[in-house]
Design a protein around this ligand. Structure first.
Ligand code: 5GP
Length: 125
């Protein structure tokens, strides 16, 4: 599997606003925030998509979601609430092929999160 931009952030080859790091994961602010608070939690292990999460990876993925709550509690927005999102492949809107939990907070978030980007066939009703 080839390196993504997130591997370069893990290896400090490109800068990022890192807010948390341990042996398993890294959290850093999203470069293009979609909410007042928007950061990403990634595993240090290369896992491309949700489809590539193996049985052995369950602890790693659980760690990512545990961290979302832990950072939310420490940063003070846990009670107010927040959203976690993990996009998968093209229709899921994934653009970086190294799994990541988006954590969005700081304002009420609508649902669905955005208009469908997939072009509809104009011949269909
Ligand atoms: P996806 O679309 O794959 O679910 O999310 C990828 C996210 O990574 C996007 O929200 C995008 O703004 C963010 N992103 C892409 N490149 C960089 C980067 O170089 N640095 C940081 N901090 N975020 C990035």
């Amino acid at each position: 599997m080839s390196d993504t931009i997130f591997d370069k952030i893990i290896n400090r080859e490109i800068p990022a606003d890192i807010i948390y790091e341990d042996d398993i994961a890294l959290a850093f602010k999203d470069i293009n925030p979609q909410a007042p608070v928007h950061f990403l939690i990634i595993p240090k292990k290369q896992i491309a998509t949700v489809n590539d999460i193996s049985k052995d990876d369950r602890e790693i993925v659980g760690h990512l979601y545990w961290l979302a709550g832990e950072i939310a509690r420490k940063e003070g927005f846990a009670e107010e609430g927040f959203r976690t999102v993990m996009n998968c492949n093209e229709f899921g809107g994934q653009t970086v092929y190294h799994i990541h939990v988006h954590v969005l907070a700081g304002k009420p978030l609508g649902w669905p999160p955005y208009q469908d980007r997939v072009k509809k066939n104009p011949m269909e009703a």
